[in-house]
Ligand binder design. Structure first.
Ligand code: E4P
Length: 227
């Protein structure tokens, strides 16, 4: 499963990219507004830091402007994935850009039918929002199960299921169990995945017991080299 982070915070992106665990980044207009940065500059900088797909979302809702914006965004770097909303105009832009060889991430997906349309429009990624469905009392993970099941029936569908609007580590686990290709998560959720109290407790005991040996691995290596 690929791990993307859902943020426009360059410091967070740099920090998590250094772990070697990051496969891509997703942004959206709300995250860009929060960053206070110039959008095009920001996308260029993120693309320098991360080699995988960096989703940059169009702002317009009409076809002509959206297509023009998509072309501007695609020119920023080869790893830009243009993000378009799941609307008739968005899917038309998706088809155009996919045909030109640009990866397209279709966002704001809330139903299996919408996911089918995005696949037919040549989307590289479909972004179903699990958290926002859970928020209104629906079952976000059920949507992921249905999309994965449908896409699996058709080998010609190459669209990757990018689970979005993730609220916690359990969403990531559930998405992985269902075979979703990608999870995009806020940085704190990626960090929470490391955590287990028994890991902390076990490490504390190992460190204490090692100290009792009075040994140093680096010291021993230096001595061995000197001999
Ligand atoms: C995905 O690409 C979206 O940017 C994101 O996951 C939305 O999440 P939210 O529902 O937490 O805003």
């Amino acid at each position: 499963m690929k791990f993307f982070i859902d943020t426009a915070d360059l410091n967070e992106i740099r920090d998590l990219a250094s772990t070697g665990l990051l496969d891509g980044v997703t942004t959206n207009p709300s995250l860009v507004a929060k960053s206070g940065r110039n959008f095009l500059d920001l996308v260029a900088e993120i693309c320098d830091v991360v080699q995988g797909p960096v989703s940059a979302e169009v702002a317009a809702v009409d076809f002509d402007t959206m297509l023009a914006e998509a072309k501007v965004l695609a020119k920023i770097a080869p790893n830009v994935a243009v993000k378009v909303p799941l609307t008739p105009a968005g899917l038309k832009v998706c088809r155009h850009m996919s045909d030109e060889g640009t990866q397209v991430n279709v966002t704001l997906c809330f139903s299996p039918g919408q996911a089918l349309l995005a696949a037919k429009a040549g989307a590289a990624f479909i972004s179903p929002f699990v958290g926002r469905l859970d928020d209104i009392g629906h079952d976000g993970m059920q949507l992921i199960a249905e999309i994965v099941q449908i896409y699996d029936m058709y080998p010609e569908i190459t669209t990757e299921v990018l689970v979005a609007s993730i609220r916690g580590p359990q969403h990531v686990i559930e998405a992985a169990k269902l075979g979703a290709h990608v999870a995009t998560m806020p940085p704190n959720v990626l960090r929470q995945l490391y955590k287990h109290p028994l890991t902390d407790k076990g490490l504390e005991a190992f460190v204490a017991d090692w100290e009792k040996t009075g040994q140093s691995i680096l010291g021993a290596a230096k001595t061995a080299k000197a001999v």
